[in-house]
Write a protein that binds this ligand. Sequence first.
Ligand code: SF4
Ligand code: SF4
Length: 136
Amino acid sequence: MTHKRFVLTFPPELTSEPITYKLIKDFDIMVNILNADISPGKIGHLVLEMSAPGKVLKSGIEYIKGQNVECVPLEKKIFYQADNCIHCGSCTAVCFSGALTMSRATNEMVFNPEKCVVCELCLKACPLRLFSIDIE
Ligand code: SF4
Ligand code: SF4
């Protein structure tokens, strides 16, 4: 499963198109709307997080672009200073995506960037401030 964030820009004549509905219904893509600024007759912006297997996600993006809607990936990543981690586990309590977990085998915190949805909750949760945003 791939999780990615995108900024969609709708031309004024397309702001009422049910694009997110179709992504969910026709492509079986999980869609989480993070921000929306859409008004009839104006250029609209939507920040979405889409979750689906890679090929499905690609098809969904092609569909969006085929509707003349601009679809630009939001390239933010979480940077983690692993060497300084004391494995207290505080960050795992806020990470709903499962990107931060405690290993039962080693009792150490494990970061899986593939699962990270860049919600940024771990930035404040870590007492040592080991997480930061990396904007590409
Ligand atoms: S940004 Fe959010 S999803 Fe990513 S590791 Fe931190 S808490 Fe987990
Ligand atoms: S909160 Fe910070 S120190 Fe604690 S496990 Fe997470 S990254 Fe490591």
